[in-house]
Design a protein around this ligand. Structure first.
Ligand code: FES
Length: 120
């Protein structure tokens, strides 16, 4: 898209060096942002570390069989790919790109010139 700029941050040399929890999520630092990294069915997902409802720590929740992150506080569910609040409360989870590349694990987001975006 014209006028947008992708910012990518390498967060690890290998996936194995990340601090994965038993629930297949971990917290990572990407530039000045703290994010949740999740893996489900051999795919990586990255999204905000706090729930948009009342700031539950999403990495303390779990991933449903359908591949949605479930917040530990009030059990709202979010699609990890597009941030949709699939349990229907009308919130939106900020999502990022996560990629496995030959040289490591990368997380990225789009930045629009003149806009400020704040990750939770
Ligand atoms: S804080 Fe996440 S559902 Fe309420």
């Amino acid at each position: 898209m014209a006028g947008t700029n992708w910012k990518w941050h390498k967060i690890a040399e290998t996936e194995a060096e990340l601090g994965w929890q038993e629930n297949n999520m971990c917290l990572v630092q990407a530039g000045d942002r703290k994010l949740t990294l999740a893996r489900h069915q051999d795919q990586l997902f990255a999204f905000a570390w706090k729930c948009p409802h009342a700031s539950g720590i999403l990495a303390d929740g779990y991933i449903s069989a359908a591949g949605q992150v479930v917040c530990p506080l009030h059990r709202y569910r979010f699609d990890m790919q597009n941030g949709r609040n699939t349990s229907g409360e009308g919130y939106f989870l900020k999502v990022y790109r996560a990629e496995r590349r030959e040289d490591g694990i990368w997380v990225g987001w789009e930045e629009k010139p003149g806009w400020f975006s704040f990750g939770f």
